[in-house]
Design a protein around this ligand. Structure first.
Ligand code: GLC
Length: 787
């Protein structure tokens, strides 16, 4: 019928009228296939397969799908048989997919029969030429969260986005697109939530509805498959766990990369770099990492050194190491066109560069001038790229790599023509994964060369980047709104599977005011990647550049980051094992509390299990913060607040509003100047009194090798049981010996806690101002502290 109308329309309006959209149409036949079912449709073909009871994949194509492929998902084979079929539905133990047959429409329900999400009844999946779009029903009260590194408010409802990785120098707080594309989101309505990952790498468009009467939202791509995963786990953490089960989880980072990182575009010489490192040590400001931006290279040629400005790089790196610093170097993808330059000669001889149709390598201009660009989608090119780090980097002692300009960026904001060819397709389908594949090449190559954990950082990203790299949010601005946006970007990246994230503190594109600098540095403690960076012509940004008294405060702030490292490292272990991010937007835990979706509180986040961070700009000295249900203590004063309400709290520049969950457990260590220092051998186990019990998993390993993958770690469950007035450290798991020989238990918010027993033997708690503490020897056996 529809076709007849189209023909008629054509006849009516004559030549020049384009065809209208085409719907998938009726179901004509259903076959059973490996892991699921195939649907022959009037105008297409669909498969539904399951990877677990809560993970279902839908592929819809015009004709039979081409060979299955993904940059994000390593194992596309559905193992196991989770899907069963009735006349009008497919179901697993956890979800049911009701199938409309005329036309083809899917409705996803949970085991209780609540609708999670469905195709829009009128539009479903449609094509306009090659453009494929899924129109979906949007509930009246639906909120959307995630979708990777996207600007704007936390709740994506009412926003639309384009995925097209872009070099976005000085981007606006609502600018789109910027550097990364992760087409994964979570929808929340009523008492349910669900996740969708649209694994299409082209210029994907998503429109999460707008007007009040809207009842649909949609996502689509200019070509390729309507290929999405539907996640039906019943909680947001469960959905994230499933999403990262498919796209992978972050490996444990090198411990040194969690210390403070000092960067600047414009450390011009070996002399300057060493001097900056020395000042950190003289001033007793802890730091682990210093960076070389593009100046270290010979004419900006990747895998070379400018030996005039940076003579004897190995000697310099050894000197830095002697001071407890690691050096991280920038790596740009453009290979300078210069016969006689090894990377260019080899890449040309082997045909490793992306090409125009017909075979001429594509030429774009970046820092070194005219460049060719490796085709990172080819395994042999990735291996070659990875090996290039040997002489110029890993043999020198470098363990950290900063992958930049990989959108790929061409100077002057120029666009690479979409027909430029790569192994897996033209730029139209490769642009959004160019950065992912470059980061992968760098990671896999340097991991092999070092035989230990590299630190890898990338600007451009796609789903699954967490397996290879940390991500930073590019060239931000020294403005309050940008600092706040930065946290929403980190929180959204975290929800989208990427836990190791950070931003340029305190703004890349210009000079930060002193207040903004201080605020941003203190907030930076609560970013998984704590990295200060700015551009070449800006004022210097090192922690001592804002006056003596401010330097003292900067020292305190960075000291605190180092004290928190046992907590941060344990949070990374959670990310590694379950995908749970370090920075958790409030909807992760408080999914059905409508206050957490309000713009006013949309920047707040939990940092690990027990801290609540309320980013406040540098001008607001009393802030309205939303404290979710439960009770909270202000970290700086131990003042207790009842949650489920907005609190007006002082927020002077030197006292960021950060709260600890009542009943929360936070492991800390003594102040150290860098992570290679041993510290005082004491684990400071802080517990804040609460009505409800809690449990916490403490994790430790050697911080640099992969032996944790073989189980060489120290893991310990710690329980706070207020009803029985005790704290229990379960038996430690794993053969790794903790570096903490002693434990100091610090109890906050309690009264009359003088008398304690440790494993039944009477001991003494000491009162120190507002807290009680108990000292004990650490042993791997269970320890019960009772009062
Ligand atoms: C890009 C990067 C920035 C770097 C600069 C010079 O703008 O985003 O961090 O400092 O290039 O390499």
């Amino acid at each position: 019928m529809k076709r007849v109308c189209l023909l008629l329309a054509g006849a009516c309006f004559g030549a020049g009228v384009h065809a209208q959209s085409v719907q998938a149409g009726k179901v004509q036949k259903i076959d059973s296939i490996e892991g699921g079912y195939a649907f022959h449709l009037e105008n297409g073909y669909a498969t539904i397969t399951a990877y677990s009871p809560t993970i279902v994949r839908i592929r819809i194509t015009r004709s039979r799908p081409e060979a299955d492929f993904s940059y994000a998902v390593d194992d596309l084979t559905p193992h196991g048989h989770y899907l069963k079929k009735t006349e009008d539905a497919l179901y697993t133990d956890s979800i049911r997919i009701a199938i409309g047959k005329s036309p083809f429409r899917l409705t996803f329900l949970n085991a209780q029969g609540d609708t999670l999400n469905s195709d829009d009844p009128d539009l479903g999946v449609s094509w306009e030429g090659d453009q494929v779009t899924s129109y979906r029903h949007m509930a009246m009260d639906e909120h959307f969260i995630g979708w990777g590194e996207k600007t704007g408010p936390l709740d994506r409802r009412g926003q639309s986005f384009v995925n097209w990785n872009t070099d976005a120098f000085g981007y606006g707080v609502n600018q789109d697109p910027i550097y990364g594309s992760i087409p994964f989101f979570i929808g929340v309505h009523g008492s349910v939530s669900y996740g969708i990952f649209f694994d299409n790498t082209r210029k994907v468009l998503a429109n999460f509805g707008g007007g009040v009467d809207d009842d649909k939202y949609y996502f689509g791509a200019p070509a390729g498959e309507m290929n999405y995963y539907f996640f039906g786990a019943s909680t947001v953490p469960g959905i994230i766990e499933d999403y990262t089960k498919m796209t992978g989880r972050a490996p444990m980072p090198p411990l040194w990369s969690l210390g403070y990182q000092q960067c600047r575009w414009g450390y011009m010489s070996r002399y300057e770099l060493l001097q900056v490192a020395e000042i950190f040590r003289q001033k007793k400001i802890p730091a682990d990492v210093i960076y070389c931006d593009i100046q270290y290279m010979d004419h900006y040629k990747v895998f070379t050194w400018d030996l005039q400005k940076f003579p004897d790089p190995k000697g310099m790196i050894d000197s830095l190491r002697g001071m407890g610093f690691d050096l991280v170097t920038i790596i740009d993808p453009g290979v300078k066109i210069e016969p006689g330059y090894k990377a260019y000669d080899e890449g040309t001889a082997k045909g490793y560069f992306a090409r125009y149709p017909g075979g001429k390598p594509y030429v774009g201009s970046v820092w070194p001038g005219r460049c060719n660009f490796p085709d990172f989608t080819r395994p042999d090119v990735r291996a070659w790229w990875g090996n290039n780090f040997k002489e110029s980097h890993t043999d020198m002692g470098i363990r950290g790599f900063w992958n930049d300009m990989n959108e790929p960026a061409i100077l002057g904001g120029k666009e690479v023509p979409t027909l430029v060819e790569f192994n897996t397709g033209t730029l139209a389908s490769v642009k959004n994964v160019f950065g992912l594949e470059m980061a992968r090449a760098t990671f896999e190559g340097t991991k092999k060369l070092l035989n230990q954990r590299p630190f890898n950082l990338t600007r451009a990203s796609y789903a699954g980047v967490q397996k290879y790299s940390a991500v930073w949010t590019g060239d931000n601005n020294p403005q309050d709104e940008h600092m706040l946006l930065g946290y929403r970007l980190l929180n959204s990246l975290g929800l989208s599977g990427v836990p190791f994230v950070g931003m340029d503190i305190a703004g890349f594109s210009g000079d930060a005011s002193p207040d903004l600098f201080l605020r941003w540095m203190s907030l930076g403690v609560y970013a998984p990647l704590y990295r200060n960076h700015t551009a070449i012509n800006n004022r210097y940004h090192e922690p001592w550049q804002y006056g003596e008294t401010n330097t003292d405060y900067m020292r305190q702030v960075i000291d605190w980051r180092y004290q928190l490292l046992p907590y941060i490292y344990s949070s990374f272990y959670q990310a590694h094992t379950s995908g749970m991010p370090i920075n958790r937007m409030l909807p992760i835990e408080y999914t059905h509390d409508t206050s957490v979706y309000k713009d006013a509180y949309g920047t707040e986040f939990e940092f690990g299990d027990n801290l609540l961070v309320c980013p406040v700009d540098s001008k607001t000295l009393v802030a309205a913060v939303y404290l979710p249900q439960g009770a909270w203590y202000r970290l700086s004063s131990d003042q207790r607040y009842e949650g489920g309400a907005v609190a007006y709290v002082p927020s002077p520049i030197k006292d960021l509003p950060v709260f600890v969950r009542a009943g929360g457990i936070i492991p800390e260590q003594s102040i150290i100047q860098n992570t290679k220092e041993a510290g005082d051998g004491t684990l400071y186990l802080h517990v804040w009194k609460g009505d409800r019990g809690s449990s916490y998993t403490y994790y430790e390993d050697d911080g640099q090798t992969y032996s944790y993958e073989q189980g060489n770690y120290y893991k310990r469950n710690i329980r706070y049981e207020p009803r029985d007035s005790r704290i229990v450290l379960d038996k430690a798991e794993g053969p790794y010996q903790t570096r903490f020989k002693r434990i100091r238990l610090v109890l906050h918010g309690a009264d009359g806690w003088d008398k304690v027993t440790i494993n039944g033997i009477a001991g003494q708690a000491t009162k120190d101002q507002k807290v009680y503490f108990v000292e004990l020897n650490n042993s791997n056996d269970p320890i019960t502290i009772q009062w």
